[in-house]
Design a binder for this molecule. Sequence first.
Ligand code: SAH
Ligand code: DHB
Ligand code: MG
Length: 222
Amino acid sequence: MNTDDTRELLREIDTYVEDLFSPSDEILEAALRDSRRAGLPEINVSPNEGRLLQLLVEMVGARRMLEIGTLGGYSAIHFARALPEDGALISLEIDEHRAGVARNNVERASLSQKVNIQVGDAHELLSTLIEDDEGPFDVIFIDADKESYPDYLDASLQLVRPGSLILGDNTIRGGTVLNPQDATARATREFNERIARDPRLSSIVLPLIRERIDGLTIARAL
Ligand code: SAH
Ligand code: DHB
Ligand code: MG
């Protein structure tokens, strides 16, 4: 099968699963529409990955969550929906404009009570969370600048307890991690390797398909 046929098949499979498990949802669609109108890049998780993330959060019965990289709040809405009424999500975003779009999207979803979007560089915000003893979080989702994934892993390890999940988005990146040619792919590969060999973690990289193949790293703190 040639590359175009493979891409088409990947797209069809992704759509097949999406049609089965992600019926149309006005709030999520409005969040994507407003994000697009506000000029945000369309790099949110896919509906299928959103469902997978929601399921993982439900499976561990998470109450307190941390997200690194908010964008327009599309993944945050999935997480907040998976949390109980008194649950809380802290989401970190460096870009004030994006954080504003996300706050509106979260408000429309009636989830503002559970979601606290903090604006700033995640490196600094994470140091503050550690200093202020804000952990442990039950689930941490790493989805900001890929070059910083190894740093975000170090910080995350200080903010979890045994049984917590550390998740990393975009950890296959079309296969560029196999033979990294740039800083992003190198950092992503280092992130996966460190997670794989860390004796404090039990982990896997789950390849995910969309229009291209990407992946979600899933680690459970022991
Ligand atoms: N989780 C979102 C997508 C996040 S895209 C979703 O799936 O809906 C990655 C986001 O990380 C971008 O909005 C970008 O502005 C933000 N980001 C990049 N570098 C950052 C940093 N150093 N600190 C905090 N956020 C950062
Ligand atoms: C990019 C970032 C993401 O978080 C994502 O899910 C897809 C792409 C990017 O920076 O290209
Ligand atoms: Mg991502």
